[in-house]
Design a protein. Structure first.
Length: 123
């Protein structure tokens, strides 16, 4: 007869005379979270504790956090060049005045991150 743990896909490890549940991390859980995944986890933990707890119990939290992190990075890669083009931040400006170019690019980076935080992290 299988235990409830085994019925739900759990495995045991033989350790001497005892069977100990194998609670090791899955491959997905071993992948480290990035900046935006950690920010989302902190937000859920502090502001949406019910959702956070449900996702932990369902086993969907890590997949959600990694998806948020990947989505944020992809969106930043798309948004910053588009915003730079719209603001007229070009390679010519970089060659002419590097300090001004860096200032504008940092400003665009901050604006893009603020947009992502409001659209993906703090919802």
């Amino acid at each position: 007869m299988k235990s409830l743990f085994e019925e739900h896909g759990g495995k045991y490890i033989q350790c001497g005379d005892y069977l100990i549940p194998d609670l090791g991390l899955t491959e997905q859980e071993q992948k480290p979270l990035g900046k935006y995944g950690m920010m989302r986890r902190k937000y859920l933990e502090e502001n949406r504790s019910g959702l956070y707890t449900r996702m932990i119990l369902d086993g969907t939290l890590m997949a959600h956090l990694q998806e948020i992190d990947e989505t944020c990075h992809k969106r930043l890669e798309q948004m910053i060049p588009q915003m730079a083009k719209a603001e007229g931040v070009t390679e010519a400006l970089k060659a002419k005045d590097q300090i001004a170019w860096v200032q504008k690019m940092n400003s665009l980076q901050a604006c893009a991150e603020e947009i992502l935080l409001n659209e993906l992290i703090y919802i």
